[in-house]
Design a protein around this ligand. Structure first.
Ligand code: SAM
Length: 228
């Protein structure tokens, strides 16, 4: 059984897609996607030798060597231009996901959908999508084994949509903010409590320039989240 997190990612893969799963580790996601009829073929990309070996073993064990190509490489360098039309990048930080997309920009021509699952820093991914005219079309937030995950789905289009209050929505997620489900409320109540604690600690320290700057930044974020 796939994790709820990866099942959520898979649920957004368009039927018949040619997929690249970047940072595939065990290649669970492309194997599952093929076996459930989501995709016709896939590239599983991995930069590290251990996970690469796991991916190869899993693909062989599942009998999918002909349809899932496991390749070693950094980010999108494992795919040829036009080879895939859907890319998943899951289980990494938002900064790494944005860096992978930025470095592989030329490989995105012909890609219709990105499904991204940052473990932290989803706002960095939203900002990258916005700046490169990838329109966010759906978001999910879910909790599994005590951890909270966000899934962002984007298609090439108008990056400015669906934002209304851009600064707040980049941080919280425009769809997630509208939905405001229990997991979303839990996440942001927790973040808020954490920021307040940092703020108190900063208040006890000397008023250095950097402490003041950090406090201003926190005040801004706390206000945004509290208002939302
Ligand atoms: N995608 C799987 C998931 O969501 O369960 C695996 C997540 S695992 C925590 C992150 C994987 O990304 C690791 O196997 C790591 O080696 C790989 N990775 C990190 N940076 C990468 C990069 N620049 N290119 C390809 N793979 C990368």
């Amino acid at each position: 059984r796939l994790s709820k997190r990866l099942e959520t990612v898979a649920s957004f893969i368009p039927k018949g897609a040619k997929l690249a799963d970047i940072g595939s580790d065990h290649a669970y996601l492309p194997c599952y996607a093929y076996l459930h009829g989501y995709i016709t073929k896939a590239v599983a990309g991995e930069v590290a030798d251990g996970p690469l070996r796991s991916a190869k073993q899993q693909v062989e064990r599942t009998g999918l060597k002909d349809v899932i190509s496991v390749r070693k490489g950094d980010g999108l360098e494992v795919i040829k231009p036009g080879e895939v039309d859907c890319i998943t990048i899951a289980g990494m930080g938002g900064t790494l996901i944005a860096n992978i997309l930025e470095a592989g920009k030329d490989k995105l021509l012909g890609v219709k959908r990105l499904i991204l699952q940052p473990n932290v820093g989803a706002h960095i991914v939203r900002k990258w999508l916005l700046d490169h005219d990838w329109e966010l079309i759906a978001e999910r937030i879910l909790e599994e084994e005590g951890k909270i995950y966000e899934v962002l789905v984007a298609e090439k289009g108008d990056g400015k949509r669906p934002y209304e209050n851009i600064e707040t929505e980049l941080l919280l997620g425009p769809f997630l903010l509208k939905e405001k489900n229990d997991v979303f409320l839990k996440k942001w109540r927790h973040e808020l409590a954490h920021w307040k604690q940092i703020y108190r600690q900063l208040n006890e320290k000397a008023e250095t320039e950097s402490a003041v700057a950090k406090k201003r930044e926190l005040e801004k974020k706390m206000k945004m989240v509290e208002e939302a």
